[in-house]
Design a protein around this ligand. Structure first.
Ligand code: SAH
Length: 288
């Protein structure tokens, strides 16, 4: 272990835990994917009468240009209305995500455009859904929660996401950060994300095909790093590419995973905090 790593990881007892651990209950599964065990109870809520709504803030980043409604012929799934997306956001807020900037961003990204049309009816339930190649689009709650933890109420500069998948979280990130980089190791998914995101014309987002475990040294340091896949530990290269004061949020573990927040507090110092339990697809080395 190099000298630089000698202060990491700190014993968990030496860092403060914020927020009670969240245990996800088993719910009736809609689509059998690793992440769908989480919060599928929300399915019925989509079509339930809406609770009184509190106003959401306006979109955060000026550089994001959602596709004007007039540009393309509406897909059949355009019947998914803004109101249903807003109901999803309200549910995410109810589950504890409080950051208005994150909720506002979630409210503006058309999740149905990131999934197969056959699954459109499920686009706004709070569950992960299959996107092919044994991967999933993350559930909206966890997307929002991770960004909230990374943001910590501050304006984000440069951010790196490991695991682009279909590109949904990258689009949400681009609403809250000045500059976003996202890496995917599966070529067809990288291509899928490119085509999904092209129509949204997001100027501050760069997609890379590669092994995210190596990070993106040419763009480092990052103010925030999010991993959308779970490893047994956070790759050292990513810790090194975090700016001092930067925050990294990652699922860690195999079958029992938990969300971890790592903050770089000095040149060779990081703190680690374990948050709630979660379930992500595995982080894998190399590209395919
Ligand atoms: N961010 C996505 C979630 C995608 S699922 C969303 O918006 O919903 C996680 C993704 O991480 C998968 O596509 C998987 O291929 C990718 N992945 C796993 N290990 C990786 C690595 N080492 N580098 C880059 N991507 C990786």
């Amino acid at each position: 272990m190099s000298e630089k790593r000698s202060n990491f990881p700190l014993p968990l007892s030496s860092v403060t835990a914020s927020g009670a651990p969240r245990t996800q209950g088993a719910h009736k599964t809609v689509v059998a994917t690793p992440q769908t065990a989480t919060r599928n109870a929300a399915v019925s809520a989509v079509f339930a009468p809406r609770p009184p709504q509190s106003p959401l803030p306006p979109p955060a980043a000026p550089s994001f240009n959602p596709r004007p409604a007039t540009l393309a012929a509406p897909r059949p799934d355009m019947m998914v209305s803004d109101a249903i997306r807003r109901a999803m956001v309200q549910r995410v807020a109810k589950q504890g995500v409080a950051d208005p900037v994150v909720l506002g961003a979630l409210d503006t990204v058309p999740r149905h455009q990131f999934i197969d049309q056959a699954l459109s009816a499920q686009a706004y339930i709070d569950a992960s859904l299959p996107i092919g190649h044994q991967q999933t689009i993350s559930q909206p709650y966890i997307v929002a929660r991770m960004i909230e933890v990374m943001r910590n109420g501050a304006q984000l500069g440069k951010v790196l996401e490991i695991g682009t998948g279909c590109g949904y979280q990258a689009a949400v990130l681009a609403r809250v950060a000045r500059e976003v980089y996202s890496i995917e190791r599966i070529k067809p998914l990288h291509e899928l994300a490119k085509s999904n995101l092209r129509q949204l014309r997001i100027a501050n987002l760069r997609l890379h095909y590669g092994d995210g475990m190596l990070g993106l040294p040419q763009a480092a340091p990052f103010d925030g790093i999010i991993l959308a896949a779970a490893g047994l530990e956070v790759p050292h290269a990513l810790l090194e590419q975090l700016a001092i004061g930067g925050r990294l949020v990652a699922p860690v573990g195999e079958r029992n995973q938990s969300l971890q927040l790592i903050v770089r507090t000095g040149k060779a110092e990081w703190t680690r905090e374990t948050l709630e339990s979660c379930h992500f697809v595995p982080l894998r080395a190399g590209t395919i």
